[in-house]
Each structure stands twice: as structure tokens, then as C-alpha cells.
Design a protein around this ligand. Sequence first.
Ligand SMILES: [Zn+2]
Length: 128
Amino acid sequence: MKIFGRSNKNKKNYIHSRIGFSLKNPLVVTEIQQEYQFINKQKCFDCNSDIDNKVTDHLSWVLYNNKVHDILRCRCKKCGRTYDFYFDYTPTVNNPAVIPFCVQMEIEDPLPDDIFAIAGTRSFGKNG
Ligand SMILES: [Zn+2]
């Protein structure tokens, strides 16, 4: 018998298999309101409280698998656990000519554990 959440690894895999919680499983959206509607429906995996839809970090136009993503980091209102939400805007930005001008960064496998840490070094590194 398998029990969810028995180890951190299982817990992490469980979260990343859910749509909207990883770059490999983004939620396809066409407008920003859909992002907030999604976040407002989520409950914290640890304490079952609401997720605060006040965004603490934000990455736009992340290119992965030739798809354009928007990534929002939010926190649980009660325990403060961090959640990263992944949205696929490819249907909206479906003109390939537009993509090179939109892309802020490109992510390849293996995916970083903390996508915002990687983004920080790229965006604010001394060597640009
Ligand atoms: Zn919580």
C-alpha cells in the first residue's frame, strides 16, 4: 500500500504531477485573470489554508519546450509555504515571430529546483 506524503520526495513528486505546479505540467491560459482564478482555488498541501494571491516573485515569457510560460510565486496565507505556479501562454503567443522578442530566459532540462534563484543570477549577475 502506498501512502502519499510519507517522504518529502513523494510529496514533491505528487505536487509536480499536478497541473499548474511545474514547468512540465503548466496550466494553459489565455489571460491573466485565469492565473488568479486558478491560484484562488488552491489550498496549501501542508495546512489546507488558502494561498495568498499576492505575487512575491514573477517571471514572464520563460521559454521551455518551445512554449511560453508565465511563472508566479505565492505563499500560503497561514504557514507561509511557497508555491510556484506555471502557466502556458503558447496559444496566445502563437506567432513564432513574436517569441524571440518576448523571451526573458530559456530553461532547459534538467529543470532547476528553484527557478527564481536561476533567474536572479541571470537577470542581476554582474556580467549581465
Ligand atoms: Zn500552509
